[in-house]
Design a protein around this ligand. Structure first.
Ligand code: GDP
Ligand code: MN
Length: 383
């Protein structure tokens, strides 16, 4: 789960990582209130989960309430790479002497944590990695040993951070590492980490990705959930506990198991169609889950046909059939449905559905045949 900058900064705060005082605003007037509170000058910052906001006009300095109104008005509703700004973060502006980069991620193949530190911050780190890889000081950390203050000191020297920044930067890095480990992050990134003109080091931006596998030990994460996507379909699916990813095509897909769902996407593409989503109803799916899945797909206005591809294993096809019947009774499904049902209890499942078959609900015996039919029904040219 990706956090917004303001959530990332709140997360940093818990681990003692210094940030600028500020607050969120969803309207121009709220922005002015937050700016008065933070103290002028302030920075008005678009809250969207995408980088490069600065270049896109989503970050502006303001010296007085008039400028806050002007910038907040312009940034709210702004489309940044497909993300519409609905919330702002207003913070007291910093006087920047230097911009650095710092992050921790997991180096999976090496089974180590990986820290990256650079004095060339503020810009895309991918760009630095491509044009000036030597400017990134990498540090592999054994999770058992952790990052000591001494190791952090050697690291800031190796990265050649300005002398004035080194002590505080080392402290921030140790805290960021704690945030990464104890905070169960997949990524904890500060870009830029700044040295101010009066010699302080603090985080001017925050990019945090939480490892959702650790959610069970973080009840406090619940308040962050639901804000992590702008996609209404994904929100709806999440509420129903479904493994769903929204895509931009017209064929809605329901399959059991991530592998089968992926291959279904491939086959739909192969025959000339485009998938509207990825939806894996899971290994032990029952009627209720199937009905929820149908509802989520039905709520997507781009969907023009639905391809249900089930290979029963632990999932019993007769259960899935019951879910389809339940969904048909519960909601009016807008799109024609193509079924390919095989595996455990397929015979029973098909028998349950037989009386319901029509030109809105049809059965195909193979995955390829089902995909072709669904793509044709969606009005896409089949191959
Ligand atoms: P990003 O473009 O989405 O990564 O947004 P950032 O939060 O990293 O901000 C982009 C750039 O805006 C920074 O690299 C700074 O140069 C500038 N910026 C952000 N906050 C301040 C501030 O408080 N003072 C000044 N002078 N510049 C800022
Ligand atoms: Mn940034």
């Amino acid at each position: 789960m990706d956090l917004y900058e303001y959530q990332g900064k709140q997360y940093f705060h818990r681990f003692g990582i210094p940030t600028s005082p500020g607050g969120v605003a969803d309207t121009v007037e709220e922005a002015v209130v937050q700016a008065d509170e933070a103290g002028y000058p302030v920075v008005v910052k678009a809250q969207v989960k995408v980088g490069g906001r600065g270049k896109a006009g989503g970050i502006k300095l303001a010296n007085d309430p008039g400028e806050v109104r002007q910038h907040a008005g312009a940034i709210l509703g702004l489309d940044i790479k497909g993300h519409v700004v609905k919330r702002l973060w207003i913070e007291h502006a910093s006087d920047i002497a230097r911009e650095y980069y710092a992050s921790f991620t997991l180096d999976r193949p090496n089974k180590l944590h990986l820290g990256m530190l650079s004095k060339e911050g503020g810009v895309d780190i991918e760009e630095v990695a491509a044009t000036n890889p030597d400017a990134i000081a990498k540090l592999h950390i054994d999770p058992v040993e952790g990052l000591s203050q001494e190791a952090a000191h050697r690291w800031v020297a190796e990265a050649d951070l300005d002398e004035a920044a080194r002590d505080e930067a080392a402290t921030v890095l140790v805290r960021l590492y704690h945030c990464f480990v104890e905070g169960d992050c997949d990524l904890a990134e500060i870009n830029p980490l700044i040295l101010t003109t009066d010699g302080r080091v603090h985080a001017l931006d925050a990019k945090v990705t939480l490892d959702e596998n650790a959610a069970y030990r973080h009840p406090e994460w619940e308040e962050l959930a639901g804000t992590d996507t702008d996609d209404e379909r994904e929100k709806m699916a999440k509420e129903r506990g479904l493994n769903y990813i929204g895509l931009s095509g017209s064929v809605g897909i329901i399959a059991n198991g991530a592998g089968l769902a992926m291959s279904t996407l491939d086959v739909v593409t192969q025959v000339g169609g485009s998938a509207a989503n990825f939806l894996d109803i899971g290994g032990g799916a029952n009627a209720a889950i199937m009905a929820s899945a149908m509802e989520v797909i039905n709520a997507d206005p781009a969907v023009r046909s639905i391809f249900v591809n089930i290979f029963g294993g632990i999932t019993k096809v007769d259960e899935v059939a019951k879910g389809i019947i339940e969904a048909l009774e519960r909601v009016e499904i807008r799109s024609p449905i193509v079924l390919r049902l095989d595996g455990t209890n397929a015979v029973e499942g098909r028998a349950l559905l037989a009386p319901h078959l029509s030109d809105r609900l049809m059965a195909e015996s193979t995955m390829l045949g089902g995909a072709r039919r669904a793509v044709a029904l969606a009005g896409e040219a089949t191959q």
